[in-house]
Design a protein around this ligand. Structure first.
Ligand code: NAD
Length: 296
């Protein structure tokens, strides 16, 4: 069993640390909130007064903190982790932070001779309690394999995201999509209300279309991802349908800022000569306006 230092015992960290204890690992914990520390001590963990004390003798160090600046200060501050960390230990940051800040910390740790990887989590505190988090592991192969048995005490699924920094990248992009889609879904639901359409009917219909299933697994695989932009559904027609929905929303005083922004992208695609291409050519369009290479 490993000697694990766990720093950050909040909504997520507390149940994650609890699950490590349940799996028989020896835990030393640190949090600025004494009550959070006491909860874990009552379950068998040892308390530390500083991050440096917490990681003394630990083979694995986990940080689960609100933001990147806190992770940085816990690692490199006056009483930080790097003051006492063993060169054989593995530091796993499981917080959701800025990927470029994570890269910088990974580099700085490596320069000091320490091993650091990112392994943020998907799902919620209920899953943290149940030990069924989705773990998105960034790190080299050796780090991921060393971390795997520890991480699997807290999660039911581990995705090896493909190298250092890739865990936090996929986490942020996943959250970007689901958070933005939440706002778009709310616009659609309010439109249902304004038009007197049952939301149950809408949910039923959309659970089998790209609206509910997303484009990555429905419209994209056989079209833009294969380089085929011959139209199954043309950009011109998509632009027309989006316009109808926005006109209706306008008449009914429904706010649709997400839809309005999307219409601009479709308008730009048409202005760029893509009107008769498949609607999945929106990927090429966004590449173009981002100055990224695109051969389609
Ligand atoms: P939280 O605010 O509940 O817990 C953060 C903990 O860190 C608190 O106990 C706090 O006292 C402690 N802390 C703050 N500064 C500290 C310091 N300098 N040293 C030691 N401890 C310190 O947050 P949370 O919900 O547990 O989230 C933690 C991370 O997990 C965040 O990055 C969050 O984005 C991510 N996350 C949260 C969820 C969720 O559903 N809550 C899901 C996935 C990922």
């Amino acid at each position: 069993m490993a000697s694990v230092a766990f720093i950050g015992l909040g909504q997520m960290g507390s149940p994650m640390a609890t699950n490590l204890i349940k799996h028989g690992h020896q835990l030393r914990v640190y949090d600025i909130n004494p009550q959070a520390v006491k909860t874990l001590v009552d379950l068998g963990a040892n308390a530390a007064a500083t991050p440096a004390e917490c990681v003394t003798g630990a083979s694995v160090v986990i940080t689960m903190l609100p933001n990147g600046d806190l992770v940085e200060s816990v690692l490199f501050g006056a009483h930080g982790v790097t003051k006492t960390l063993s060169k054989d230990a593995l530091v796993i940051d499981m917080s959701t932070i800025h990927p470029l800040q994570s890269d910088a910390m990974c580099r700085r740790m490596a320069e000091c001779g320490f091993s650091y990887m990112d392994a943020p989590v998907g799902r919620t505190s209920d899953h943290a309690i149940a030990g069924t988090l989705l773990i998105l592991a960034g790190g080299d192969q050796r780090q991921v394999e060393k971390a795997r048995p520890i991480l699997m005490c807290m999660g039911s699924e581990l995705v090896n995201a493909g190298g250092p920094g890739m865990g936090i990248r996929v986490k942020i992009i996943n959250n970007y999509m689901s958070i933005a889609l939440n706002a778009l879904s709310a616009e659609a639901a309010v439109m249902c209300e304004a038009l007197g359409l049952s939301l149950d009917v809408a949910i039923d219909v959309m659970s089998s279309t790209p609206a509910g299933k997303g484009h990555f697994t429905t419209s994209w695989p056989n079209k833009v991802l294969k380089g085929d932009l011959t139209p199954a559904f043309m950009i011109d027609l998509a632009h027309k349908d989006l316009g109808i929905a926005l006109d209706v929303a306008n008449q009914l005083h429904v706010a649709m800022p997400m839809g309005a922004a999307a219409r601009e992208v479709y308008s730009q695609a048409r202005a760029s000569g893509r009107g008769r291409q498949d609607w999945t050519a929106i990927l090429s369009q966004v590449r173009s306006i981002s100055g990224r290479p695109d051969s389609l």
